[in-house]
Design a protein around this ligand. Structure first.
Ligand code: DOR
Ligand code: ZN
Length: 345
């Protein structure tokens, strides 16, 4: 049987939520990832160093006993963020600020209305070596939802990179050939995270034969040519600029199977297994370790994890529903089906 041992991976983009939901989902990530970059879009969002430290303490409390998992904390960029906050964040070990353009996605009401008014904040981030994590979609209602990432590149990403050329930017959860190209052509200060769903699924998987609410996420799944471009990016000559970031984003089943369903796919239960499928199908299993365990750590200036994990090419059933606190359940990616690889825990 085929086995693959790799350095323990990190998840460079993760939504853990809070309270009972946090307790329900954290063990899945903690059992396979060494570290994760924790998204700050709680209600209310994580905007101050004190918020982030308190949230980190709640995460540490919710960890299973003896876990060595380490959460890497981020702050939610708002119109009120200041250069001083960037210096405080750096001193407190916060790794990054996350940009949510106002209205772009789940809990983005406090997001940034005009990024170009925050240039002094971005300049301070560049100076301090604090990363800038970008949800790269415009929210202009005139722009078609499938074009929002490509338009963001022209209207925001390129001008920002020109104005703050030393800023370390992660283009989060990229979904298009356009974003992959931008990252490949940019300097080594620009990288991207890529989710399992955007590597495995296209918009037909969302919409053909009935709407699949559990495959609805933002940025929305794109056409097949974009999915292929992402697979080429993570397995190709510039693969060092791309790394694992699941964007695992749990929502209760009742809020997904709803007349106005929430955006987000929960993939944390079988994250590395799903990525292994992608690299296996592309004939590039030898490139999985760099994507999952090296490129992100290097970009964040962190050492590689000391442990390793072993995957076996053997189908593994995925639970159809997972308890999510308060009597709710959540439906994971591939819920009720199988993944082609199994992690040896
Ligand atoms: O689908 C998404 N869900 N995209 C995001 O950007 C946010 C996330 C969430 O927090 O649910
Ligand atoms: Zn996210």
């Amino acid at each position: 049987m085929q086995t693959l041992t790799i350095i323990q991976p990190d998840d460079m983009h993760l939504h853990l939520r809070d309270g009972e939901a946090l307790k329900a989902v954290l063990p899945f990530t903690a059992r396979q990832m060494g570290r994760a970059v924790i998204m700050p879009n709680l209600k209310p969002p994580v905007v101050s160093v004190a918020d982030a430290m308190a949230y980190k303490a709640r995460i540490m409390d919710a960890l299973p006993p003896n876990s060595t998992f380490e959460p890497l904390m981020t702050l939610y960029l708002t119109d009120k963020s200041t250069p001083e906050l960037v210096r405080e964040a750096k001193a407190a070990g916060i790794v990054a600020f996350k940009l949510y353009p106002a209205g772009a996605t789940t809990n983005s009401d406090s997001g940034v209305t005009d990024l170009f008014k925050l240039m002094p904040v971005l300049q301070e981030m560049a100076k301090q070596g604090v990363l800038f994590l970008v949800h790269g979609e415009v929210t202009d209602p005139e722009v078609d939802i499938f074009d929002r990432e490509a338009v963001f590149i022209e209207r925001v990403m390129k001008p920002v990179l020109q104005q703050v050329p030393d800023l370390k930017v992660v283009f989060e959860h990229i979904t298009t050939a356009d974003a992959a190209r931008l990252v490949m052509e940019a300097g080594d200060n620009v990288a991207a995270s890529v989710t399992p769903q955007h590597l495995l699924l296209n918009r037909n998987d969302l919409l053909v034969g009935g709407v699949r609410p559990h495959r609805y996420c933002l940025p929305v799944l794109k056409r097949e040519s974009h999915r292929k471009a992402l697979v080429e990016a993570v397995t190709g000559d510039n693969a060092h600029k791309f790394f694992l970031g699941t964007d695992s984003a749990p929502h209760a089943r009742s809020l997904k199977e709803n007349a106005c369903g929430c955006a987000g796919m929960f993939s944390a239960a079988t994250a590395i297994e799903l990525y292994a499928e992608v690299f296996d199908k592309a004939g590039a299993l030898d490139k999985l370790e760099a994507f999952a365990s090296k490129n992100g750590a290097r970009f964040y200036g962190l050492p590689e994890n000391p442990r390793s994990i072993t995957l076996i090419k053997q189908p593994c059933p995925v639970e159809a529903a997972i308890p999510f606190g308060d009597g709710e359940v959540l439906v994971p990616m591939r819920g009720g089906e199988q993944v082609a690889w199994t992690v040896q825990y």
